[in-house]
Design a binder for this molecule. Structure first.
Ligand code: DX5
Ligand code: ZN
Length: 218
């Protein structure tokens, strides 16, 4: 099986040096860059949007994995595509027309993802499987870095893996990923791990390299 993809979330980086942080974590072994977009409405926090993503786009060739925690999402999909996101993930809970949102993302030429909050059952993806490139399972309630991993979601990872079958759909985990929790979700079928605080602790490239290595080896 293919190697696990590590996607550091810049939410835990130093925003005053965001471009440098993206370069540092890319050099340190990140596979993708995870970008947490929050609107203060769908989630109780506000981060950044398309202009900031565009500003850091030329700092690395790594895949920009954009996690939209915004409602509505549809009016902004084109702006995130134009900003340079490669994967655009919307929350199933963020709007009533998931099928339409996923079609819109692919029509923009981008990979389409759906994210599920910890309490959302996996059945919401059943009829959109053929429109999906990625399923992002939240193992914390979205809004903040540094929260504790919710183990009840491990069973959902197994169920999503079974639903996905042989389709080329990535299964990504986000929230509380550490060297301790990573093997629990990869054993259940996840192949992409987001990590914010566990990667950016230490505040410098050498630490990021060690932190990414520790998650990879776990
Ligand atoms: C939470 C975000 C996550 C967050 C993860 O709403 O979607 O990507 O940055 O942070 P850690 O890894 O610290 O739980
Ligand atoms: Zn995220």
């Amino acid at each position: 099986t293919a190697k696990t993809i590590i996607a550091p979330s810049v939410l835990s980086s130093d925003f005053s040096r965001l471009g440098d942080e993206v370069e540092a974590v890319a050099r340190a072994g990140a596979d993708w860059i995870h970008l947490d977009v929050m609107d203060g409405h769908f989630v109780p926090n506000i981060t950044f949007g398309p202009p900031v993503i565009k500003a850091i786009r030329n700092r690395t060739d790594k895949t920009f994995d954009c996690h939209l925690m915004i409602a509505p999402a549809d009016p902004y999909l084109a702006a995130f595509a134009d900003a340079g996101c490669d994967i655009i993930t919307v929350h199933a809970e963020a709007g009533p027309h998931l099928d339409r949102s996923l079609q819109a993302i692919r029509n923009l030429g981008k990979k389409a993802g759906v994210s599920l909050n910890p309490s959302t059952p996996e059945s919401v993806i059943e009829y959109v499987l053929d429109r999906l490139d990625l399923v992002l399972l939240m193992t914390v309630n979205p809004g903040f870095g540094g929260q504790a991993f919710i183990p009840a979601v491990i069973d959902k990872v197994r169920r999503v893996k079974a639903l996905v079958g042989q389709r080329p759909i990535d299964i990504e985990i986000d929230g509380g990923v550490t060297p301790e929790t990573a093997p629990l979700v990869t054993a259940a079928g996840a192949n992409v791990l987001v990590a914010g605080s566990a990667v950016f602790k230490g505040g410098a490239e050498a630490a990021y390299r060690a932190n990414i290595g520790a998650i990879r080896q776990a």
